[in-house]
Design a protein around this ligand. Structure first.
Ligand SMILES: [Cu+2]
Length: 128
């Protein structure tokens, strides 16, 4: 490889890395519905929404709802499964909550208002 083509290769790599940051996506949780009661009771709505999206490191989530009607709690797997808030990791109350996804892994969110998680306001997603 000539030094010229090496320089071009390095420059291309830098541009591609920069582009990856530029294309970080803000995912509106729940799509048009936002962070609200799913149309049918159950966990399927937000599970389907998550399955239709690809989440990458650097992306963010936007939970949108009318403040006071819901909240957003990041929980661990067991709280997620049981719809409990025994070990909340983060609690958000604003009407538009932006959550960054800085690391790969599985993230669990529920609405912490009594009964809402059981109604289906829960979402789990894996960031790669
Ligand atoms: Cu709620």
């Amino acid at each position: 490889m000539t030094s010229y083509s090496m320089v071009v290769t390095v420059m291309l790599a830098v541009v591609l890395l920069a582009a990856r940051d530029t294309f970080a996506v803000e995912h509106k949780v729940g799509g048009a519905l936002g962070w609200n009661y799913p149309p049918n009771q159950g966990a399927e709505y937000f599970a389907n929404w998550a399955a239709q999206n690809a989440f990458h490191v650097g992306d963010s989530l936007s939970f949108e709802y009318i403040a006071g009607t819901h909240n957003v709690v990041q929980v661990d797997r067991s709280d997620y499964d049981a719809c409990t808030v025994t070990r909340p990791m983060q609690l958000y109350n604003a009407n538009k909550v932006i959550v960054n996804l800085p690391r790969p892994g599985t993230y669990y969110y529920i609405c912490g208002i009594k009964g809402h998680c059981d109604y289906g306001m829960k979402v789990a997603l894996t960031v790669t």
